[in-house]
Design a protein around this ligand. Structure first.
Ligand code: SAM
Length: 157
């Protein structure tokens, strides 16, 4: 699994403890330095990188899952297609995109909400939803409350 824009990495810990091999990157080196190392039995493996998601050489890794939370919405709207393209370069052919996406309307951002219409344009067929669920309010920071969804997509053939 790859986590772009992992920040200080609470989700890295969760996925690693669930047994995944997690590669996480953030270009904020202080955030990566603060990131917690998972512990506990049955844990997977974690590899934190300080660097730029767009240019970092992840070879030989290619990923079954690319997970994100507040990465796409924190970047300028004009960067969205570039993020999707980069995900495509790093994902295995049958790999999935998953994450918690912010769909709220904002007059200025970041965060920039991804409306369902914008998501449909960004992930046209053969992208397919495998899961699209509202996030319980108590799981969101106040700014995101009521407007976050857990979504999973893969690109069919
Ligand atoms: C809003 S934070 C989200 C952090 C974490 N995912 C969370 O939910 O708490 C966005 C993160 O993306 C990182 N970021 C932005 N552009 C990046 C890039 N090109 N490469 C790597 N990290 C990037 C920022 O440094 C920041 O830590």
């Amino acid at each position: 699994m790859l986590i772009p824009g992992c920040g200080s990495g609470y989700e890295v810990v969760a996925f690693t403890q669930a047994g995944h091999e997690v590669h996480a990157i953030d270009f904020s080196r202080p955030a990566v330095a603060r990131a917690r190392q998972p512990s506990g039995s049955g844990a997977g493996r974690t590899d934190y990188r300080g660097g730029d998601f767009f240019t970092h050489d992840f070879a030989p890794a290619s990923f079954d899952f690319i997970y994100e939370r507040t990465f796409l919405c924190a970047r300028p709207v004009a960067w969205r297609a570039r993020i999707v393209q980069r995900n495509g370069e790093l994902r295995k052919a049958r790999g999935s995109l998953l994450g918690i996406y912010f769909s709220g309307e904002t007059t200025e951002g970041p965060p920039h909400g991804l409306s369902s219409a914008a998501a449909a344009a960004l992930f046209p067929p053969p992208f397919t939803f495998t899961l699209d669920l509202p996030l319980p309010d108590e799981e969101s920071l106040p700014i995101f409350k009521g407007s976050e969804r857990w979504q999973e997509r893969y690109r069919g053939h």
